[in-house]
Design a protein around this ligand. Sequence first.
Ligand code: SF4
Length: 224
Amino acid sequence: MSTVLDFQIPISMIKQYVYCKRRFSLMMIDGEWGSNYKIVQGDLLHEKVDNPFYDEKRGDVFRSRSVPVYSDTLNIYGVCDMVEFEKSETGVNIGTREGLWNLKPVEYKNGTREKSGADELQLLAQAVCLEEMFGVKIETGSIFYGKNKRRTEVDFNEQRRDQLAEIIAMMNQVIIKTELLRVPENQNCSLCSLIEICLPRAFKKKRTIEKQIKSLVSQGNINA
Ligand code: SF4
């Protein structure tokens, strides 16, 4: 991204965009921008120097939790649940510890893997931020799913990187054009918290049907 933009996109918005593009546009255009990026960036530089989040060490590996990250190239920022640093001759100098280190982002999720691939894209976005901040290439990351207690390895291949770049470019365009996107075809809206704002007529109809059912149940005309 060659021009300097006056907004930045939280990495967590990738999941919203993948779930529903309209939802993303409603959240980003009608909602709050979230943290001010320049402040976040300033904090990051400061924290990088002070490294207050290096908190676990075992052998040649240490882990840092809640690591703030950003990428000027993709115009995104966020927080890594954890970054693993492993001592390696093929790694990079991280400036605060002796030796060379390879980096790996690790994300924790309560549920199970989603088919959409959004979790993997968000993890890759974190990796791209780390690559830019530390001048390193990161090949893989991990997602730990709490429900089945499984750690899944995610390969940051070129195909996934292209997909991420494409999605981020489209997200940036939505914001630049302040464009509220249309409801996607075959979108499943049943669990969306924005349905009242996005589809007020459909929401009203749903509420009316629910009311009618409740009324019939209370009158004993149908069983609950
Ligand atoms: S109600 Fe449906 S179309 Fe609207 S934002 Fe939610 S998921 Fe998207």
